[in-house]
Design a protein around this ligand. Structure first.
Ligand SMILES: [Zn+2]
Length: 93
């Protein structure tokens, strides 16, 4: 138990290279961040700049806990990156 944890960190490092490529363009336009939100009716990830919330469409699956977490993070990051803040304005409910 515990030996598999370090391998997850090792796999994250190469990904940061490609992250910086599109990051330069998007960060100039907006400074939104993926943030952890705890409210009475919602607990999970959301956007710091609008009312967008990450709602997993289906239970994360994977052959192992690491793979399940990775699939969850990929889905979360993909939906966060593709959402449009204007469409989730905090003033609209
Ligand atoms: Zn947003």
């Amino acid at each position: 138990m515990g030996n598999h944890v370090s391998s997850l960190d090792g796999k994250r490092v190469p990904g940061m290279g490609s992250d910086a490529e599109w990051g330069a363009a998007t960060q100039a336009a907006m400074s939104r961040e993926l943030v952890w939100i705890e409210q009475e009716r919602f607990r999970g990830f959301g956007c710091s700049e609008c009312g967008w919330r990450f709602k997993p469409s289906r239970t994360a699956t994977g052959a192992s806990f690491d793979e399940m977490m990775r699939n969850f993070e990929v889905q979360r990051d993909k939906e966060f990156t593709s959402h449009v803040c204007v469409d989730h304005s905090k003033g609209v409910r």
